[in-house]
Design a protein around this ligand. Structure first.
Ligand SMILES: Nc1ncnc2c1ncn2[C@@H]1O[C@H](COP(=O)(O)OP(=O)(O)O)[C@@H](O)[C@H]1O
Ligand SMILES: [Mg+2]
Length: 219
């Protein structure tokens, strides 16, 4: 089943008096256990597309379906809850909170009713950062912080994982490990993962690669 379905998404930004069309009827389906990449030059609309898939931004037109639910037609006040329960985000920078240890980074965001599904310890073990469980970000390496951030993306057992340039702040080896971890977890847990990247060195870890050019996704 496609856990993420994007149908004919169109998005423009108003740029002074000009309208800039960034996405032009973009459609994409990602199945559970599938890892896809959106690639393209800077400014091609990759982050815009990911933000729309992640319900952080409304499209002008088009449909976003996650786990079979048509999210784009839900009232805006329900979006935050849907986002917490259905989507795991991984950003370029780890976005960890400085005053929480690794376990707390995960449990603070954990939904009560998801607590039986997956534990913070289990995820930190799988991502090979169990040794960081009591550590604060200031005492961890860049690669360790990104792995804790990846673990956090899975804590609420989401349907989809969205990662925007997850390797950008890491060296080649750590960057590769981060994508491997996203891939392994997505496969193991049957999640649909979308990775935005222009890091060609990790593309062998990706099931399907979609270039984004002139507002269109090349299928
Ligand atoms: N909030 C915004 N307001 C106006 N223009 C924007 C906004 N966000 C992005 N853009 C423009 O839209 C285009 C695509 O941006 P973005 O989705 O960030 O591309 P990418 O992630 O591929 O670099 C760029 O030209 C950018 O300047
Ligand atoms: Mg971007």
């Amino acid at each position: 089943m496609s856990l993420l379905e994007i149908e004919k998404i169109t998005k423009s930004y108003q740029d002074g008096t000009e309208k800039q069309q960034v996405l032009d009827e973009v459609s994409l389906k990602v199945d559970g256990g599938e890892v896809v990449a959106i690639v393209g030059p800077s400014g091609s609309g990759k982050s815009t597309l990911l933000s729309i898939a992640g319900m952080l931004l409304s499209p002008d037109r088009g449909i976003v379906r996650i786990g079979g639910t048509e999210e784009s037609s839900l009232p805006k006040k329900e979006w935050a809850k849907e986002r917490r329960e259905r989507i795991g985000f991984v950003f370029q920078s780890h976005h960890l909170l400085p005053y929480l240890n690794s376990e707390e980074q995960l449990t603070l965001f954990q939904e009560k009713r998801k607590q039986k599904k997956v534990s913070a310890l289990e995820l930190l073990k799988e991502l090979d950062v169990e040794s960081c469980i009591r550590k604060y970000p200031a005492n961890m390496s860049g690669g360790e912080k990104q792995r804790v951030a990846i673990a956090r993306a899975f804590i609420n057992d989401p349907d989809i994982i969205l990662a925007d340039e997850p390797t950008a702040s890491l060296d080649a080896k750590r960057g590769r490990q981060a994508v491997e971890m996203i891939r392994n977890e997505a496969k193991k847990r049957g999640k649909a993962a979308v990775v935005v990247t222009h890091d060609e060195r990790i593309l062998d870890l990706i099931d399907k690669i979609y270039p984004l050019e002139n507002g269109k996704l090349m299928l």
